[in-house]
Design a protein around this ligand. Structure first.
Ligand SMILES: Cc1ncc(COP(=O)(O)O)c(C=O)c1O
Length: 388
């Protein structure tokens, strides 16, 4: 039984049941085709690994590093913002390195939350957006993201009616799990609302480089006033296929970056220096690995949409991210996403993530991660043919 305050505030992990079943199946010799976890399977570019090896061989590279990140890496992040978004940042005051963006999001929640604060998070969303704040002692008010107009109306209503008034609004576009994208006008409106209602905006831009329709996702920091109210998180995990390295970045308002840096200075000593130097090599070096990642995810996306569709499972084609977000087919809809995912795994050997794990309003959906190759995707489609 959970005894501690924070334990009691965290519900049972929805994905645990499917994960347990996956393990049982594997032990029983079933070849599970796994679209569950968004864990990139491609390796990083060779020059990044070479740089890691080279710096790790230096006897001086093994001491504690700096929790906010070494200055050269913060400057490299500044150059990325400059060339990709045409945004000039002060690497000293407006950028902080994090141990993956997940750690950054959680530490930031710790930094800005007082017990009992209310924060606004889209439902469904990536779990840390909500649970980072729940762990920090806040109450979460979910908002629905269908289209921007309704979203902003709901956010405004929440700001007017909630007592205490919400302090934070979390945005994540391209979205995990829904794959929705937004344009710069959306961020302009968000910043306007934030200033009106005294909200902090967190923008999670983990999928900044995984897009398929030719329109690179914008950064909220392209809106000049965002520098007063927003903090944005980016990550090397998906962009450079480096999820295990735990390397992410926060950028934006000096006040918000300052709060994050302060908490981090108590919590950690920063990433291993060779990883930080290799991250500079990734940001400043050849970028063709990103193009190749996009090509691979696009190929898998097209293969999945086409072959699953033929098997009777209609999956909308995602414009961005490494996921597809699919409504549960009519025949199984009343089961809900957890039961449906279990039935699908049990009868076909195909594993997906139940939408419920991303929030109550995700329950009519499942999320499919594009981490299996086209041959395995087609194999999954064949296994599902009778099921639908
Ligand atoms: C939207 C979103 N934010 C953050 C993360 C965490 O990324 P990182 O590896 O940088 O902690 C993920 C990982 O799946 C994600 O989907």
């Amino acid at each position: 039984m959970s005894v501690f305050y924070r334990e009691r505030r965290l519900p049972p992990y929805v994905f645990a049941e499917v994960n347990r079943m996956k393990l049982e199946k594997r032990h029983a010799g079933v070849d599970v085709i796994d679209f569950g976890m968004g864990n990139p399977d491609m390796p990083p570019a060779p020059h990044i690994i070479e740089k890691l090896k080279e710096v790790a061989a230096d006897p001086r590279a093994h001491r504690y590093s700096s929790s906010m990140g070494i200055p050269a890496l913060r400057k490299a992040v500044g150059r990325y913002y400059e060339r990709r978004f045409n945004v000039a940042l002060d690497a000293e005051k407006e950028i902080c390195v994090t141990l993956g963006s997940k750690e950054g999001l959680a530490s930031f929640a710790t930094a800005v939350t007082a017990p009992g604060d209310t924060i606004l998070v889209p439902d469904p969303s990536y779990p840390i957006h909500m649970f980072g704040f729940i762990i920090a002692g806040a109450a979460v008010r979910p908002v629905t993201f269908g289209d921007p107009e309704h979203f902003f109306a709901e956010v405004s209503a929440a700001c007017r009616r909630s007592v205490p008034a919400p302090t934070v609004l979390v945005l994540n576009f391209p979205s995990n799990p829904t794959t929705q994208t937004v344009d710069l006008d959306f961020y302009r409106e968000a910043v306007k609302l934030a200033k009106q209602y005294n909200l902090i905006i967190i923008s999670d831009l983990a999928y900044s480089e995984i897009y398929f329709d030719g329109n690179p996702p914008p950064s909220i920091l392209e809106v000049p006033e965002a520098r007063e109210v927003a903090i944005e998180f980016t990550s090397m995990s998906k962009t450079y296929s480096m999820p295990g390295w735990r390397m992410g970045f926060a950028a934006g308002s000096e006040r918000l970056i300052g709060a994050l840096k302060l908490v981090k200075s108590y919590l950690d000593y920063g990433a291993f220096t060779p990883i930080q130097v290799a991250a500079i090599a990734a940001l400043d070096g050849p970028q063709d690995g990103i193009e190749e990642n996009r090509r691979v995810y696009r190929e898998r996306r097209d293969c999945l949409v086409e072959s699953f569709g033929r098997a009777g499972f209609d999956v909308p084609s995602p414009p961005a991210t490494m996921f597809a977000w699919a409504p549960i087919p009519e025949k199984y809809r009343e089961l809900g996403s957890l039961e449906f995912s279990k039935r699908l795994l049990d009868e076909t050997g195909v594993a997906v993530s139940p939408g419920l794990g991303f929030g109550e309003r995700g329950d009519g959906f499942v999320r499919l991660a594009l981490v299996e190759n086209p041959q395995r995707i087609r194999q999954a489609a064949r296994a599902m043919t009778g099921f639908f």
